[in-house]
Design a protein around this ligand. Structure first.
Ligand SMILES: Cc1cc2nc3c(=O)[nH]c(=O)nc-3n(C[C@H](O)[C@H](O)[C@H](O)COP(=O)(O)O)c2cc1C
Length: 322
């Protein structure tokens, strides 16, 4: 591999396994871009590797009581909850916008029981050619297991993966960092046929309002996101890649710059999602997309693919073979 100069052309193409090729690795994170073209005032959504919907269930949901978001030091904490119109209504009302704009879309799904996941998939069979993949969000309470998070149980994640087979689209399971079982759950995801893993969902947290000394969010607990979780994501991705170098990883956590994209990719992520940073600057997607080739060129990379997992192959030093 030869070194490149800043400005040389850089290839951002990436793949998430044999079934999904992306023109570039940048996506929005589920929950920060609405259900269809809400981001279109800030970014040409067709310029993203893919657009990810907020998680959808078979039923309509209202989410948690207000207040639902708060700035939390170097992070943000939210208890928005999984509010949404339900898949049937999403297909009627939101999907046509994505079809009209030809936006490559990843549909994120969730449920409260294994059967909810099965029904979600049933309602998506034959959905539309703009839908390229399914993200299976398992960070939600399982009513059949005393409301324990699916994502915190190896068996529950396995069951969800078995229940969501048969759609004919690649499925990426979005895992939680809030469990000591994460490595085992990554192994199980690979065994149960997930096409990849999405790492990480938010870190469980709680904020106390210093005026009232009460929890500041309506739901009390919430999910921490933003810069403070970046290193948590790096660790999870690094471990996943070490264990399964051929299992595609979508990295998410605290990304607001090309540098953070490069770090997650070097740890092992083949695509990168941006969440909280888009609340600070909704144009962050375009900013990162334009910075990325320049930063890659500075480090000597001409292809994004070569960056994926570079930390496991000697890093930048391994490029210096000239
Ligand atoms: C307001 C908000 C809503 C979110 N909603 C969802 C969701 O519906 N489904 C999901 O899988 N993750 C959801 N997430 C988690 C993000 O997709 C992402 O995993 C997490 O925020 C870490 O990335 P970030 O640091 O770039 O925000 C949400 C995050 C935020 C801040």
């Amino acid at each position: 591999m030869s070194k490149v100069r800043v400005g040389d052309s850089v290839n951002l193409e990436t793949s998430l396994g044999p079934k999904l090729l992306l023109s570039n690795p940048i996506m929005n994170a589920s929950g920060v871009g609405g259900f269809s073209t809400e981001l279109s005032g800030y970014v040409d959504q067709t310029s993203l590797g893919a657009f990810v919907t907020k998680s959808l269930a078979v039923f309509e949901t209202k989410g948690n009581p207000a207040p639902r978001v708060s700035g939390a030091g170097a992070a943000m904490i939210n208890s928005v909850g999984l509010t949404g119109p339900g898949i049937r209504r999403w297909r009627e009302v939101h999907l046509p916008n994505l079809e009209r704009e030809r936006v490559s879309t990843v549909v994120s799904i969730w449920g409260r029981s294994i059967d909810d996941y099965r029904k979600a998939i049933d309602e998506l069979v034959g959905v539309s050619d703009v839908v390229k993949a399914i993200e299976v969000n398992v960070s939600c309470p399982n009513i059949e297991d005393r409301n324990k998070m699916f994502a915190h149980s190896t068996e529950a994640v396995a069951e969800v993966l078995r229940a969501t087979r048969g759609i004919g689209l690649p499925r990426y399971v979005k895992l939680s960092p809030n469990t000591h079982l994460l490595e085992e759950i990554i192994d199980t995801s690979a065994v149960e046929g997930a096409d990849g893993v999405v790492l990480i969902n938010t870190v469980m947290g709680l904020e106390i309002d210093y005026q009232t000394l009460l929890p500041s969010l309506g739901a009390k607990g919430g999910g921490l996101s933003g810069p403070a979780v970046h290193q948590v994501a790096l660790r999870a991705i690094y471990e996943a890649y070490s264990r399964h170098p051929n299992l595609p990883i979508i990295g998410v956590g605290g990304v607001s710059s090309a540098r953070a994209v490069i770090e997650l990719a070097a740890a092992g992520a083949s695509a990168i999602q941006i969440g909280t940073a888009s609340f600070v600057d909704p144009k962050v997607f375009s900013k990162v997309l334009s910075e990325l080739p320049i930063e890659m060129g500075r480090l000597g990379f001409t292809r994004f693919r070569d960056l994926v997992g570079a930390s496991h192959r000697g890093g930048v030093a391994a490029l210096r073979v000239d």
